[in-house]
Design a protein. Structure first.
Length: 84
């Protein structure tokens, strides 16, 4: 059991989800699932900022099963000039 500060991937001090939360069995590099966050979470992160990787998106069905709506996706191809 440890206390954690959960932050997003943006380079700003405003990208903090929670400053002090106690979690059991969590290790650096583990994935966290945020239930009931809706589409707002996908648009809020500004994933194209500094070519951050866009996250995996899972959808939970009424039967409590998960389907992949989008794999993790690199955004740098969108932000760079490929052929000029």
């Amino acid at each position: 059991e440890m206390n954690w500060c959960l932050c997003g991937s943006l380079c700003t001090t405003a990208d903090v989800l929670v400053r002090d939360v106690t979690l059991q069995g969590l290790h650096e590099g583990d994935y966290l699932a945020f239930n009931n966050c809706g589409a707002y979470s996908v648009t809020e992160g500004i994933h194209l900022f500094l070519s951050r990787t866009m996250p995996l998106i899972l959808l939970r069905t009424a039967e409590n099963e998960y389907t992949i709506a989008r794999q993790m996706q690199e955004s740098y191809p969108i932000n760079t000039i490929q052929n000029y």
